[in-house]
Design a protein around this ligand. Structure first.
Ligand code: ADP
Ligand code: MG
Length: 479
């Protein structure tokens, strides 16, 4: 039987407000445990929550960016459950009346196909604290610094059909919230985390299969692996005439498997009801328009502009706009070296720069080479001081010791040879050293041309100007 995968994602985005959603305590990450939780976050009696207007502004901004309906009236509810990291005994969230309804996200898959994913809703809520199990033998520590941190929960429709689509959706969403500057996007610190709902059904069947929800996966790679594992598990069960049970599962990245956490029978009844300490949130159209006026250029618009303004392929532009930092870096480079070199700039950033960043597990903001230095390197290719190939060597040295490209070219003697008599000399030597190949070439084996080019470049240590080599080699081979 052929199976179709169905995926719906719930993403928790930590908003980057300075203070918490209902208190004035700071939200900074990594402080000493329990130094950033005030009486409100601790749920002490006699205190009242006050809504942070910046969290509301950010939620509205997000809603507008995905073309959703921003609700003129939304309600904060209490979601009741007991857990040691939740001192009030309830989480303030939005249930029946969320702040944002609907909306879409356009995703681009690896092969370039576009797809629109519809969103169900987006709501504001507070985060819980953290239990620390490792540092305390036989006990658990509770750190309430994170309690009350503002979160945006973004819920998609069950419209994705592969792990690759889910990852593309997450990357698009991740880029969007960082473009909007409402989240720092730091996945290791948990600022962007995902619950994946996964089910399968026979191809052609309308009704959804029973889903499992994989909780709190915090890297793109793990989301992909967790979904693929889960899909295989469910298909194996169904083909074995067993049932998938609706449950919450945990992904273990070390074993690469998902394990049950709790089943539907054990699912909690949260007894949602409107929080009597908070008034309904009313937002008028004038306010919504004010926020709309502050929207920055969004990723899709930027991609289109990059294609038009810099003559880039859609593929290249998609990589460059994948983060705002990368797009900004690229545009700074182009500003310095001119639009005529925009394509070379794209090649170096997408090729050499990205390879080095991946190798060292860095973000572009952390790169040891500045945009100004990259521009200089590009100008040396443009004015024929070095070839594109030598530029790779220069780039590597720049990465290693942060030297200026001109200094490196000078020190290592990498200047391109454009003196045609010198190049001619090298070609003649190569032809003399390869009489057999030369005879074969002249007898009609033209594919040997590339061999001669390679030998000449090698003999010149890569420094001969490739255009001149081509021209002179063709002449000399014909003689
Ligand atoms: P809950 O309130 O239990 O979290 P929701 O109905 O709000 O459940 O759905 C949560 C997420 O699960 C949404 O992203 C939705 O798209 C997704 N989802 C719902 N049903 C399925 C299904 N059968 N297969 C995959 N995903 C699903
Ligand atoms: Mg849910």
């Amino acid at each position: 039987m052929n199976w179709e995968t169905v995926i719906g994602l719930e993403v928790h985005v930590q908003l980057n407000t300075k203070s918490k959603i209902f208190s004035g305590a700071a939200t900074a990450y990594g402080a000493e445990p329990n130094t950033q939780a005030c009486a409100i976050d601790l749920g002490l009696p006699g205190v009242l929550p006050v809504l942070n207007s910046e969290a509301v502004r950010q939620a509205v901004k997000f809603g507008l960016a995905i073309n959703a309906k921003v609700a003129n009236k939304s309600v904060f509810d209490r979601k009741n459950y007991f857990y040691p990291d939740l001192p009030k005994g309830y989480q303030i969230s939005q249930f029946g009346h969320p702040i944002v309804l609907g909306g879409q996200l356009q995703i681009t898959l690896e092969d370039g196909t576009r797809k629109t994913i519809n969103l169900t809703r987006v709501h504001l809520e507070e985060d819980a604290g953290k239990s620390l199990h490792e540092d305390f033998k036989g006990k658990s520590g509770i750190d309430l610094n994170r309690a009350g941190t503002p979160l945006l929960e973004i819920v998609s429709e069950p419209e994705m059909h592969s792990a690759a689509e889910a990852v593309a959706y997450l990357k698009t969403l991740h880029a969007l919230v960082t473009y909007l500057d409402i989240c720092d996007g730091n996945m290791q610190e948990g600022s962007f985390r995902c619950d994946a709902n996964v089910s399968v059904r026979p191809v052609g069947q309308k009704e959804f299969g029973t889903r499992a929800e994989i909780k709190n996966v915090n890297s793109f790679k793990f989301v992909e692996k967790a979904i693929n594992y889960e899909v295989a598990r469910q298909i194996a069960l169904l083909e074995d005439k067993q049932a998938v049970i609706q449950e919450t599962r945990l992904y273990d990245s070390q074993k690469n498997e998902t394990r049950p956490m709790r089943s539907k029978e054990e699912a909690m009844d949260y007894r949602y009801f409107p929080d009597p300490d908070l008034l309904p949130l009313e937002i008028n159209d004038e306010y919504i328009q004010q926020v709309r006026d502050t929207l920055p250029e969004l990723p899709n618009a930027k991609r289109e502009r990059f294609c038009k303004e810099y003559g880039l392929s859609e593929y290249d532009a998609t990589i460059l706009i994948s983060s705002k930092a990368m797009a900004d870096f690229y545009e700074t480079v182009v500003k310095n070296c001119g639009t005529a070199n925009a394509k070379t700039a794209a090649n170096i950033i997408i090729g050499d720069m990205n390879a080095a960043l991946n190798k060292h597990n860095l973000e572009i903001q952390q790169a040891p080479i500045s945009a100004a230095q990259i521009s200089k390197l590009i100008l040396r290719i443009a004015d024929n001081t070095i070839s594109g190939k030598i530029a790779k060597t220069v780039f590597e040295t720049m990465w290693e010791n942060q030297e200026d490209p001109d200094t490196i070219i000078e020190k290592q003697g990498l200047k391109q040879v454009t003196d045609s008599s010198a190049i001619e000399q090298v070609i003649k030597q190569v032809l003399e050293a390869n009489p057999k190949q030369l005879a074969e070439y002249r007898a009609g084996k033209e594919q040997l041309y590339g061999y001669f080019v390679g030998q000449v470049m090698k003999a010149s240590q890569g420094k001969a100007n490739p255009d001149q080599v081509n021209k002179l080699l063709k002449d000399l081979l014909q003689q």
